[in-house]
Design a protein around this ligand. Structure first.
Ligand SMILES: NC(=O)c1ccc[n+]([C@@H]2O[C@H](COP(=O)([O-])OP(=O)(O)OC[C@H]3O[C@@H](n4cnc5c(N)ncnc54)[C@H](O)[C@@H]3O)[C@@H](O)[C@H]2O)c1
Length: 249
């Protein structure tokens, strides 16, 4: 579990512990992660998901894992100087930070966790993408880039899993809309409220993580939007679909 100290991660840790799952909570926020782990009587391991060496240490010390919830993520700092397009104010530091957490964190996590899953023949990865991985998000295009990348990674790895019948591996993405966590600053929360956009609870999103882990829909994108039924977009490759009877050219 990455990014478990706060928000969707924290809500999911609580839900998994209630379900009797043995959880190792990780986060770059050490005081927050330790406090949660102490409260719940579980293990905390410090982990910056963008650091490949730190991933190796966590797996060596606490693995093997049969479930990975790759959830840590950030939005872009300094995304926009007032009155400019978002990219114009983007600093190198802000760009590297979000790519490290949102993209590197998922790839390095899958790379670190999969060998043990392959060895036992079974494993589950659930990745926190976003609605911003499926639709545009003009206020933070780099965030949209990272979440589209994550959805593409999940769908592509799902196809690779499907093509290897020797293992029972499953990967899917959750794609929540706006959720009441620290990633949305107070001003943005106020703007969303003014626009009449409700924020979802982390408990609601955590319920869907549990569904993703129990229903195991390969390559699925679990779309979670306030006031709507949860929708599951399933991965489908045109290469594995029946050929159309006639193709118009
Ligand atoms: N809140 C929303 O509206 C929303 C919607 C869709 C998707 N998401 C995604 O949900 C995930 C969780 O975010 P949240 O909304 O709970 O926000 P949050 O800020 O409450 O939690 C994010 C957690 O990730 C940790 N983190 C950040 N960078 C890290 C790094 N490099 N290494 C390890 N941990 C790191 C933070 O310390 C924090 O505990 C993110 O991937 C986010 O993009 C959030």
């Amino acid at each position: 579990m990455t990014g478990g100290a706060s928000g969707i991660g924290e809500g999911t840790v609580r839900r998994l512990v209630d379900e009797g799952v043995h959880v190792v909570v990780t986060d770059v926020d050490q005081p927050g992660g330790r406090a949660l782990a102490d409260e719940l009587g579980i293990t905390f391991a410090p982990l910056d998901v963008s650091d490949p060496v730190a991933w190796e240490q966590v797996v060596d010390e606490h693995g093997p894992f049969d479930i990975g919830f790759l959830n840590a993520g950030v939005s872009t700092d300094d995304a926009r100087d007032v009155g400019t397009l978002p990219i114009i104010g983007l600093t190198d530091r802000a760009y590297r930070r979000i790519m490290g957490a949102n993209v590197d964190g998922v790839v390095l996590g899958a790379r670190a966790l999969l060998p043990a899953m392959v060895a036992t023949g079974r494993g589950d990865l659930v990745v926190t993408a976003s609605m911003a991985g499926l639709v545009p998000i003009s206020m933070d295009p780099i965030y949209g880039l990272t979440k589209h990348a994550v959805v593409g990674f999940v769908r592509s790895l799902a196809q690779a899993f499907e093509q290897d019948p020797s293992t029972d591996l499953c990967i899917s993405a959750i794609c929540p809309g706006f959720t009441d966590t620290n990633i949305i600053g107070p001003e943005a929360k106020e703007r969303l409220t003014d626009l009449g956009v409700p924020l979802m609870s982390t408990a609601h999103v955590a319920d869907v993580v549990i569904r993703a882990l129990t229903e195991r829909v390969q390559g699925a994108q679990w779309v979670i939007w306030p006031g709507h039924e949860v929708t599951v977009y399933e991965w489908a490759s045109p290469l594995t679909q029946p050929a159309p009877a006639e193709v118009a050219s």
